[in-house]
Each structure stands twice: as C-alpha cells, then as structure tokens.
Design a protein around this ligand. Sequence first.
Ligand code: NAD
Ligand code: ZN
Length: 364
Amino acid sequence: MKFRNFRMVSYVVYGRGSFDQLDEILAPQRKGDAPMIFLVDHYFQNGGGVRNGKSLTERIPLRGKDKIIFADVTYEPKTTQVDKLAKELKDEFGTVSGIIGIGGGSVMDLAKAVSLMMNNPGSSADYQGWDLVKLPGVYKAGIPTLSGTGAEVSRTTVLTGPTRKLGMNSDFTPFDQIVLDPELCANAPANQRFYTGMDCYIHCIESLQGTYLNEFSKSYGEKALELCRDVFVRKNTWDDECDDKLMMASYAGGMSIAYSQVGVAHAVSYGLSYLLGTKHGIGNCIVMNHLEDYYPEAVVEFKQMVDKNKIDIPVGICEGLSDEQFDTMINVSLGMKPLWENALGKDWESIMTREKLRALYEKL
Ligand code: NAD
Ligand code: ZN
C-alpha cells in the first residue's frame, strides 16, 4: 500500500479528574467474571495521585477478581518481563477482561505488550518488528501519568529483547481507550517531567525537519511544538495549565510521528540505551545537547530550556568505553534505517559514516 493506513486509539477521554470515570468506562468491557488487571507504575505504591483525600490506588474501581499489579519500571520494559506477566495472568485467571496501564511511557508499553501476549502464542520477542502480531490482544486502556512519549497514541510498544530493542509495531498495538487526566502528572519531579517532555519536543523537531513530513504530521507537530514552548519557554513557574498543555502536546506529538518518523536524536539515543541502559527521555536529551550540526536552531532553544528550567543533563557518559562498545552502539544506531532516512534523506549512508557517528558518541 502506498499510503499508510493506520489504526488509532478507539476512545479518548480528556480532563482533570476524568480518572474517576473509569468504572463507567470499563463496565461495558467486562466479560463475565474475568477480571480487569490494573498495571500500575510502582511510583504510586506509596500514595500519590490524591484527589478528595484518596490516593490513586484507592481510586481504582476494583470489582470481583480485579487485581492491581505494581510494575517496577526502574529499567525500561523487557520481553522477559512481558512474557512473565502474561504467563502469570494466564495461569491465575485463564483469561482476563482487560489490561489497564497506569503510569509513564514504560507502563503504557508494558500494558500494550501484555494485552497482546494474552492472545498471541510464543514470546513477545517473536513479535519485535513490523506487523508480526497476528491476533488482537485483550481489551487495553492507557492512563498516562507522565507526558511526552506519545506512547498513549502510538502503534508500537518498545521492548528490550534478547537481541535488540525494538517495538511490536502493529495494528493491534494501539490502546482501545485512553484516559488523559493531567492531574495525574501533578507531582512528577522537575527533571523527570523535563526529560519526558523533551521526548515530545524532540519528536516534533525530528518530524518537522524530516524528509518524511507531510501536512498531516506537520499540523500535529506544529501544535505540539507550540505547546512545549508554552510550558518550557514562556512559563516561569509550573502550574496546572502546564500539565494540561503538556498532556495534549504528548498526544499531538505522538500523532505527528504516526505519519512520519523520528530522527538523529532517537537513532543515536537507541545505541546508548542498548549498551548503557540509558533511559529514553534522558538519553534523547544527552544526544540533543550535541546535535547543532543537524538541528541548529532547535539545539539553541533546547539549551535555553535546560537553563531556564534548571535541569541537569549528564555529560561524559561515553568516557572510557572500548572500541568494541562504540561499535555496538554504532551498529544499533545505524540499524535504525528509517530514522536516518527521515533525518538525512535517501543518501543518508554517505552522510552519516561510522567515523562521524563515533565522533558524535565520543562527545556525549
Ligand atoms: P517512565 O515511564 O520510564 O518513568 C520514569 C520514572 O517516572 C519512573 O521512575 C516512574 O516510576 C516515574 N513516574 C511515572 N509517573 C510519575 C508521576 N506522576 N510522578 C512521579 N514519578 C512518576 O518514563 P517515560 O519517559 O514516560 O517513558 C519512557 C519509556 O517510554 C521508555 O521505555 C521508552 O522506550 C518508552 N517510549 C515508548 C514510545 C511508544 O511509542 N511506545 C515512545 C517513546 C518512548
Ligand atoms: Zn521518543
């Protein structure tokens, strides 16, 4: 097919406090006594997400055999973690009515992947790639508590597997429902909020300056970029309006890359993440800090945002690495062909040589 015909999230609810509508939203999705499984970011294990005196976990509308599982997202999601969760749920319940992910991008991805693995045989590692998933998963809903990744709207779930870090990209991957309640992001630490927010800013830059751009991507990308600038450039103090705006920026940024691609920062950051385990948001920031040759104006603006918001961006993370380790990162990065092609055009291989990429990694 010449033009991408992509599936989107089926239902969206947006608004402060919309989380409390969850019981009503889930009721028609319940299948007999099969439980709903709430996969919740471990951050909320000790409170957080308080409204009217009740914490987020106390507000989860548990019925019958429903279960809350706290997800440890110290490390980004792995295929082994997904397989284990899906197996445990199948062993305990046979089937479930749905998987509800509540958390940052990591939990969004875990929830999508576990939902798919409830109905697809084998290991999630078998489905890392494009359109390999054959069967729809169980019902899945995403409720983000950090804004920026766009994982709430994307058709992928990024997993680290035995041989690579790659998404399960498929028409069965997008959520059936998302609940966008900006109040849930209220207490995110400033550094984390910035790193994840910059994921969105960088998605916009990479999409808007990429060769794959079309009017669909541009419309969403420009809006998302405007919202990012509102919160990180124009605002002097963080308030509720910032959380409201950044949540919509994440949504629109995700929609923008649905019809284009990311670029240099992501391609380089994937290498860091694979070798050093650097997390997605901070990894993108570490790379963006040194991309003046590729995105000159955006890098100036990025640095202003870092200063204004008093954020720490690590430097020197590649110091002392061996030639072999640099090679590993270079191989992972150059393997992301569509990202490089989007960023640098069809001749990208003659522009981004191994030597050039090595020099870039050495700067980080
Ligand atoms: P994250 O989900 O990894 O969470 C980062 C930290 O913030 C964690 O310690 C978490 O416990 C904590 N946290 C979450 N919500 C919080 C809150 N409200 N208050 C305080 N702390 C909170 O971070 P992220 O940047 O949202 O997501 C990164 C992940 O998203 C990576 O695994 C990346 O691969 C993935 N990703 C996926 C897509 C996609 O399209 N599927 C796109 C981009 C990134
Ligand atoms: Zn990203």
